[in-house]
Design a protein around this ligand. Structure first.
Ligand code: ZN
Length: 420
């Protein structure tokens, strides 16, 4: 399906730095082992409600990763899915008296607008489950052929016993797995399964639900297999970064990896599993079930400066949970005003060390707050009047333009005056 327009990414002088990220599977920070082309797969939305700030923070994390990878000389191939048929979407459509396709189309359109406003780099392939049904059916059939799947009534389940590495993404004990499985769309209590943790691959048609033909009878895909199949089809081979929120670590990423690895008879599915922390509001993780949400589209309607909102989000490490409060947006507005004022000056301090510092901070597990602090230092010095006409290379009249460019390229924030 159609993605959204990507903002331009302008090259910067000199070499960038290789990206190191926290990999959940090894519980440590390590280099992203990408070749000339870095392959990213990030799990997309289930389009039944608007984009909240938790989503925005997640997609911003991988936008930053792409910027660092590109600056380090990689091409990036980025794939994101849309779970445009699944239980929560069908349930919401039924509740609201809407056709599920209309609800999905409406929310996907809103998501595109939100991502565009936040200047999030778009995926090269933006793939809905509905349009990916044939490749998903093929992968389920492969798992059946490999003896890794079995029927329960007319549904098809994956046998986790067929995946020797099952558990090596999340490293949870069995009791934790069972709890999360029940909380996050699984059905550990279903009778007839070989293991309560076995996930659904294909759900046979139920009255009133959409379905597609398959060798296992009409039905629709389970949640995890969609990402395994879309990633394989659009990225091939090994994914360099599998991304998503920490709430996708188990069972979703564990099961997607298991499906892909058993189908390919090869490991790993992904070289790094990078997860974005949760954003809370009023003391609890933002969630649709609790209803404590702040929406990008609402902030957009009330006139929030997109650059200020982006800076408010960037002022948090992707590995740390944090709480959204309205003053964060005010702080972002103050910051972007200062930054814009500084780059509008005719001259400023040497910006070459700032470029090195921002590169160094972002390459170190996407330390965006550290990068913002480095820019703040330069801005403070520039506004205090230092650096004009010093004769140092990179200083003087060239410095504001370089800062504007590096903030745009590496942080995705446009500091140029708004054009009429
Ligand atoms: Zn996924």
């Amino acid at each position: 399906m159609q993605a959204w327009p990507s903002p331009p990414v302008r090259p910067l002088p000199g070499p960038g730095r290789p990206l190191r990220v926290f990999d959940t599977a090894v519980a440590g920070v390590r280099p992203v082992g990408a070749g000339a082309t870095a392959h990213l797969y990030v799990c997309g939305i289930t389009p039944y409600d608007a984009t909240h700030l938790g989503h925005a923070f997640t997609y911003l994390t991988y936008d930053l990763a792409q910027r660092v990878l590109r600056d380090a000389g990689h091409d990036v191939r980025y794939v994101q899915n849309v779970t445009d048929v699944d239980d929560p979407l069908l349930e919401r459509a039924e509740r609201d008296g809407l056709d599920w396709r209309d609800l999905a189309a409406r929310e996907i359109a809103l998501f595109r607008e939100d991502m565009t406003m936040l200047r999030i780099l778009a995926p090269d392939a933006y793939v809905g489950v509905v349009e990916a049904i044939p490749m998903i059916v093929d992968m389920v059939a492969e798992l059946v052929d490999r003896g890794a799947a079995y029927p329960v009534d007319n549904d098809v389940y994956f046998s986790v016993a067929a995946a020797p590495a099952f558990g090596e993404v999340s490293h949870l004990d069995r009791a934790e797995m069972l709890t999360l499985c029940a909380e996050r769309g699984g059905d550990p209590g279903r009778a007839g399964k070989k293991d309560p943790l076995d996930p659904l691959l294909w759900r046979a048609e139920r009255p009133g639900e959409p379905s597609w033909p398959s060798p296992f009878g009409p039905g629709r895909p389970g949640w995890h297999i969609e990402c395994s199949a879309i990633a394989r089809h659009h990225l091939g081979g090994v994914v360099d970064i599998q991304g998503g929120g920490t709430d996708l670590t188990f069972p979703h990423h564990e099961c997607s990896a298991a499906h892909a690895e058993v189908a390919a008879a090869a490991r790993p599915f992904a070289r790094s599993y990078v997860h974005t922390a949760m954003v809370s509001l009023d003391g609890h993780k933002m969630s649709k079930s609790r209803g404590n949400l702040e929406f990008v589209s609402r902030l957009r309607r009330v006139g929030a400066d997109p650059g200020a909102l982006r800076l408010a989000l960037l002022d948090h490490r992707h590995t740390d949970d944090w709480e959204w409060t309205a003053p964060l947006l005010t702080a972002g507005e103050r910051r972007i005003d200062r930054w814009r004022a500084a780059v509008a000056l005719p001259a400023g301090p040497d910006a070459t060390p700032l470029l090195a510092a921002v590169r160094e901070r972002l390459a170190d597990d996407l330390d965006a707050p550290g990068a913002l602090a480095a820019v703040d230092s330069w801005v403070g010095a520039a506004l205090a009047g230092s650096g004009a006409g010093t004769g140092v290379a990179g200083a003087g009249g060239e410095a504001p333009a370089l800062v504007s460019r590096l903030v745009d390229t590496l942080l995705g924030v446009d500091l140029e005056p708004v054009r009429p």
